[in-house]
Design a protein around this ligand. Structure first.
Ligand SMILES: [Zn+2]
Length: 266
C-alpha cells in the first residue's frame, strides 16, 4: 500500500498492544483509591470520602519554610520554626499537609511502586512550588543509599522529581547528589537525633560538581518532617557551589502534628 511504512505498522502495533495492556491492567490491577485502597471507577483520582480529607497548603505561609499561617502576618514575617532553626536553603514549599490520606499516598508511592501516582502528586507540587520551579535551573531528588535502592529498586523522591521536571520542562539530574553514608530509618528519632543521623550522609561527588555549581537547585522529596534530611542535602549542594537551594515536597508535617513514630522520612 502506498505510504504504508514500517513506522506506521510499528505505531499501529504499539496502539493495539497499549489497548490490550490497558485492558489486562484494568483486570489485574483495578484502580484503587491511593488514600484508602478502596476500589474506584477511574484511576488517578481519590475516592469521594478521601478528597475532603486532603488538606492543600495555601498562602499565607512562612516565606522561608512554607508552613501555613492562620492569618496573614504581613510581608516578610517569618515563622518561629524558621527563626529558631534557620535553614541552609532559601525556600521550602509543600503541596499538602501530611496526615491521613496524604500518608496513604506517600506509603503507596514508597511501598507499592505506584509509578502512576507520581505524576499525579507532582501536579499538585507544581501548584504549590510554582515560584520555586520558575526560578530553578535544575531539579534533583533526595537520593537513597545504593544498598537501600538495590533492595527497594525504587526511589520515591526521584519519581516525584522526575515527574515535576517532565511537567515543568526543567532539567532533571538524579545523580547530582549522592548518599555516601547509610543511615538508619528516621522513624522514632527526635529532631537532634535526626540531624545526627544524616550528618555527612550526602555529598556532591567531584565529577558531578558541574551539575550544580553556580546554579539554582530545586531539591525534591516526598515528605518534609523536621527538615533534617533536606537541611543536609542543601548543605552538601552549597558546599559544592550551588548558587541557591529551594525545597519542594509533596507533603509536610505541620508543627503540632509531629509524631516521630508515625512519620517516616528515609
Ligand atoms: Zn479513598
Amino acid at each position: 500500500m502506498m505510504g504504508y511504512h514500517v513506522a506506521d505498522r510499528d505505531k499501529e502495533f504499539k496502539a493495539l498492544a497499549g489497548k490490550a495492556f490497558g485492558w489486562a491492567a484494568a483486570i489485574l490491577f483495578p484502580p484503587t483509591c491511593p488514600g484508602c485502597r478502596k476500589l474506584i471507577a477511574e484511576p488517578g483520582t481519590l475516592c469521594g470520602d478521601c478528597w475532603p480529607k486532603l488538606r492543600f497548603l495555601e498562602r499565607p505561609w512562612c516565606p522561608v519554610v512554607g508552613g501555613p499561617f492562620a492569618h496573614d502576618m504581613g510581608e516578610g514575617f517569618l515563622s518561629a520554626e524558621a527563626i529558631a532553626n534557620p535553614p541552609p536553603f532559601q525556600r521550602a514549599r509543600a503541596a499538602v499537609a501530611f496526615s491521613g490520606v496524604a500518608r496513604g499516598m506517600v506509603h503507596g508511592l514508597k511501598y507499592n511502586d505506584a509509578t502512576g501516582l507520581a505524576p499525579w502528586m507532582a501536579r499538585w507540587m507544581l501548584r504549590a512550588g510554582s515560584e520555586l520551579i520558575a526560578d530553578a535551573d535544575v531539579i534533583v531528588p533526595v537520593p537513597l543509599h545504593w544498598r537501600r535502592f538495590l533492595w527497594r529498586r525504587f526511589n520515591q523522591s526521584a519519581e516525584l522529581a522526575r515527574a515535576v521536571a517532565r511537567l515543568s520542562g526543567k532539567p532533571f539530574e538524579p545523580l547530582a547528589v549522592s548518599r555516601v553514608k547509610g543511615t538508619r530509618q528516621q522513624v522514632g528519632l527526635g529532631q537532634s537525633q535526626r540531624e545526627d543521623n544524616v550528618r555527612g550522609a550526602f555529598k556532591v561527588l567531584s565529577q558531578h560538581d558541574i551539575l550544580v555549581r553556580g546554579r539554582r537547585v530545586l531539591v525534591v522529596d516526598d515528605v518534609y518532617t523536621t527538615g533534617a534530611t533536606v537541611f543536609a542535602v542543601a548543605r552538601s549542594l552549597k558546599r559544592s557551589g550551588a548558587a541557591a537551594v529551594d525545597v519542594l515536597t509533596f507533603a509536610r508535617v505541620l508543627p503540632g502534628d509531629f509524631s516521630a513514630d508515625e512519620v517516616e522520612l528515609i
